[in-house]
Design a protein around this ligand. Structure first.
Ligand code: S3P
Length: 170
């Protein structure tokens, strides 16, 4: 599984594990475009993620997410793809990601995740009791990211260190 033979580097992981910042650093270093699946959903729907959850609910969001992800992944162009934390919940998405590129899962300690997500309180699944919700979802998704080709714990690492580690392991 080597990056030079692949055209997509796909980052998966729970909210607050650093997918977006690491993705943009990787894109910069590799000279590849960065595709953020949440941003692509917002463009596709012309409304933000919170309004999709509020108006249509999570099930509808997951359908939109899968459709948008599939269309992003089917292009032959090289790209770093940063995915939403729940994009891995459907098996069809996990299969497609493994088939289309190198999948790297980012992990972080629950406390680090809580402190990172508190800096951006726009995540509908974490409304209200952020800490309680993070812990509950982490438990529910304990094995959701195990399908990745590589896994990296970013808790004590800087964005540059995570990006460099990904480049050297792929
Ligand atoms: C979600 C993660 C979010 C976003 C949506 C749902 C999840 O993306 O897709 O709020 O279910 O984990 P980030 O992981 O980029 O925060």
């Amino acid at each position: 599984m080597q990056l030079r033979h692949q055209n997509k580097l796909i980052l998966v992981g729970f909210m607050g594990t650093g997918k977006s910042s690491v993705g943009s650093r990787l894109a910069e270093w590799l000279g590849w475009p960065l595709i953020d699946s949440d941003a692509a959903i917002v463009r596709d729907q012309n409304r933000d993620i919170s309004s999709i959850f509020a108006t249509d609910g999570e099930t509808a969001f997951r359908e939109i997410e899968s459709r948008v992800l599939a269309s992003l992944l089917q292009t032959p162009d090289r790209a770093v793809v940063s995915t939403g934390g729940g994009a891995v919940l459907k098996e069809e998405n996990r299969k497609l990601m493994r088939k289309t590129g190198i999948v790297v899962a980012l992990k972080a300690s629950p406390d680090r995740i809580v402190s990172r997500v508190l800096q951006d309180e726009t995540r509908p699944l974490l409304d209200g009791d952020v800490q309680g919700r993070v812990y509950r979802l982490l438990e529910e998704r304990k094995h959701a990211y195990d399908f990745a080709h590589f896994t990296l714990d970013t808790t004590e690492m800087s964005v540059d260190d995570v990006a460099a580690a990904i480049i050297s392991m792929t």
